[in-house]
Design a binder for this molecule. Structure first.
Ligand code: KIV
Ligand code: ZN
Length: 385
């Protein structure tokens, strides 16, 4: 079943797992691991892969360069500060696009850059022109855009576009936006800037990154910058799988992502990052399509859409019926059939009783335990009979 209407709007996905995601405290990927993730993102059909920050180290440059060489579909990107050294490192790594950034908020300009507004504008013009002169596409980011003076932000983006930037990015660097503010900002900028593709890049400090990204897409942003599993600094970034599923199933928009690969890609990234995903993670968590309560299981077994907003298969996940404290007869009957037992009423009663006893001891019942409970019941019957 297609979830897209005829003429659905197409939005693009810019994955920055290998750059912003890897900035997650305690995470450091080897070149090999970065290449494995880069290839998985290419197979997932991310439109852009930010493979790293080439100027950081020779190893980082090597990973960026191998991904740029081997990616068959994606536009491969390296981050660069607004200076020649960083831009040269990115271009020399062979990327298709250089992502030039400089901060535009007063707090960053005063305390971090120690530059005036005029100096920042001059740096933007000079660095974007230089990157363009090296024959690559340029994406310009106004770091901390969402805490920048609005008129100055427009000036900064205009300067970048006039200097040749092909695309612009609006980062919510410290995650301070709300969906309504995001909508306002995207419309405000759209109305004042030349029509270049607009990216949004939302951090999750208040748990709003996905909602803000979705709001920006609704307001007309063209590209969502995301990381797999929402991995990233502090609260992380907008999660790729959540933005993609929301775009498809809630907004009726189309991305190029092969959604059936979302679950496996999420697991691969979690494994290589050395981070265990929480079970209640939306879309790709083990509980995303798990049901325990009797009422829910009854509904789902009759029609999955009673308690699932999308099918697990559509995102590569699977449905799990969990046997525990909240289980009812329908779950037990279903689970017994799955392991080849006829769910006769006496057996169902016995299993239900055992599940509730075990749940007090915090023991959950998986297939093996269920089988052994069913065998116990048979023995009981034989002894009594
Ligand atoms: O969060 C941020 O501002 C960034 C920029 C470098 C785009 O990651
Ligand atoms: Zn970021």
């Amino acid at each position: 079943m297609s979830v897209y209407g005829v003429g659905a709007r197409i939005v693009k996905i810019f994955d920055t797992t290998l750059r912003d995601g890897e900035q997650m405290p305690g995470v450091s990927l080897t070149v090999e691991e970065k290449v494995i993730i880069g290839m998985a993102l290419d197979e997932l059909r991310a439109d852009y892969i930010e493979a790293g920050f080439a100027a950081v180290s020779p190893e980082e440059a090597e990973a960026v360069s191998r991904i740029a060489r081997d990616a068959a579909y994606a536009t491969v990107v390296s981050l660069a500060r607004a200076n020649k050294r960083d831009i040269d490192a990115a271009v020399d790594a062979g990327v298709d696009m250089v992502h030039v950034f400089i901060a535009t908020s007063d707090i960053h300009m005063k305390y971090k850059l120690r530059m005036t507004r005029e100096e920042v504008l001059a740096k933007i013009a000079e660095s974007v022109e230089y990157a363009k002169s090296r024959g690559v596409k340029v994406l310009f980011s106004a770091e901390d855009a969402t805490r920048s003076d609005l008129q100055f932000l427009v000036e900064a983006f205009r300067t970048a576009v006039e200097a040749g930037a092909d695309e612009i990015n609006v980062p919510d660097t410290v995650g301070v936006m709300t969906p309504s503010r995001m909508r306002y900002l995207v419309e405000y900028l759209r109305g004042r800037l030349p029509p270049v593709p607009m990216h949004v890049h939302c951090h999750d400090d208040f748990g709003m990154a996905v909602a803000n990204t979705v709001a920006a897409l609704e307001a007309g942003a063209d590209v969502a910058q995301v990381t797999v599993n929402g991995f990233g600094e502090r609260g992380g970034n907008a999660a790729l799988e959540e933005v993609v599923a929301a775009a498809a199933f809630l907004l009726g928009m189309k991305t190029g992502i092969i959604m059936e690969k979302l679950y496996n890609t999420s697991r691969l990234v979690a494994k290589l990052f050395g981070i265990q995903l929480q079970p209640n993670k939306a879309v790709v968590g083990d509980n995303a399509f798990s049901h325990e309560s009797g009422i829910h299981v009854h509904g789902v077994l009759n029609n999955p859409f009673t308690y699932e907003p999308m099918t697990p298969e559509s995102v590569g996940n699977r449905r799990r019926i969990v046997l525990g404290k909240h289980s009812g007869r329908h779950s037990v009957e279903w689970a017994l059939k799955q392991i080849g037992y006829e769910p006769e009423p006496g057996l169902v009663d016995y299993v239900l009783r055992r599940i509730k006893e075990l749940s007090v001891k915090k023991v959950s019942v998986d297939e093996d335990l269920l089988r052994s409970i069913a065998q116990d019941y048979r023995k009981t019957i034989n002894i009594v009979g």
